[in-house]
Design a protein around this ligand. Structure first.
Ligand code: C2E
Ligand code: CA
Ligand code: CA
Ligand code: CA
Length: 279
């Protein structure tokens, strides 16, 4: 039994070594991909329910590997967060989003608002404020056209420091939204102290909204809470007409999901804009 135990231990460490090495490999590959320009942003439409028009988009990163495959963020963002690479990767995302926004504005789409996702590590890194304001200046983008999506859970790591950073970002004039809202409840006290503009109802509630009374109840409460706090509210992951109808009847402001459009490469997103209504 003792012998077997030792063997198990050996296999275990060998396995751990293999995994650690694989992680190092991936980290090196991600760093190289950033240098080589292998990352791209796709854009998912946000639809304004008052008029059915596309009012903006969320930028979602993809990694176009040498062999042509498109890697989803789930396969490299967590690693980039752990290794700290997310600070430079995230700065690239913000710059690229502003560059793209510039080109859409030049093409006559001056009202578009573009949202980018922000990781905790990136948010709390030294000069996040500078990264944001530099990108806006470099591409001549009015601050209110850029929205930063942060999550509730990341803000709760250090609420006091978070509030200070959020206020500095608000001074630039960018929009701030709370992503995946409802999944990491932070309490009213903090929520009212975060200078945010928008709540995004998490997909997990939207998915079950017409089949599960609890999910519906949570979504409706979030819409009500947002409006009482004079915030706008976005539902994400809307896939069916029934979900759309329900959310519309509850006065949700904006929606995002496969029902309207998947995340698209920049040129296809422009095509969607040119086609006009999404609803
Ligand atoms: P998220 O910010 O919650 O983004 C929403 C995710 O849901 C996206 O997945 C989007 O493609 C997907 N989605 C949109 N509509 C629907 C729908 O109707 N049904 C379903 N089932 N899914 C839908 P994606 O693009 O794979 O991104 C996953 C996560 O990766 C994002 O979740 C975000 O947390 C992270 N991420 C993506 N891009 C970036 C980035 O540039 N920086 C950082 N830090 N994180 C990013
Ligand atoms: Ca998001
Ligand atoms: Ca989300
Ligand atoms: Ca999410």
């Amino acid at each position: 039994a003792k012998e077997q135990g030792r063997n198990c231990f050996c296999f275990y460490t060998a396995d751990m070594n293999a995994r650690a090495l694989a992680l190092l490999d991936l980290e090196r590959a991600v760093r190289r991909a950033l240098e080589r320009g292998e990352f791209v942003l796709h854009y998912q439409a946000k639809v304004d329910l008052r008029n059915g028009l596309v009012c903006g988009a969320e930028a979602l990163i993809r990694w176009r590997r040498e062999n042509g495959t498109l890697e989803s963020p789930a396969n490299f963002i967590p690693l980039a967060e752990k290794s700290g690479l997310i600070v430079s990767l995230g700065a690239w995302v913000i710059d690229e989003a502003c560059r793209q926004l510039r080109s859409w504005r030049d093409a006559g789409w001056g009202d578009l608002c573009l949202a980018v996702n922000v990781s905790a590590r990136q948010f709390f890194a030294g000069d996040f404020h500078g990264v944001v304001s530099d990108a806006l200046h470099r591409h001549g983008i009015p601050a209110q056209c850029l929205e930063l999506e942060v999550t509730e859970s990341m803000l709760m790591e250090d609420p006091e420091r978070t509030i200070a950073i959020l206020h500095r970002l608000k001074q630039i004039g960018v929009k701030l939204s709370l992503d995946d809202f409802g999944t990491g409840y932070s309490g009213f006290a903090y929520l009212s102290r975060f200078p945010i503009d928008t709540l995004k109802i998490d997909q997990s509630f939207v998915r079950n909204i017409v089949v599960e009374p609890e999910a519906a109840m949570i979504a409706v409460s979030i819409i009500d809470l947002a409006h009482r706090m004079r915030l706008s509210v976005v539902a994400e992951g809307v896939e069916t007409e029934a979900q759309l109808g329900y959310l519309k009847s509850k006065d949700c402001d904006q929606m995002q999901g496969y029902f309207f459009a998947k995340p698209l490469p920049a040129d296809q997103f422009l095509g969607l804009l040119q086609d006009g209504k999404c609803l």
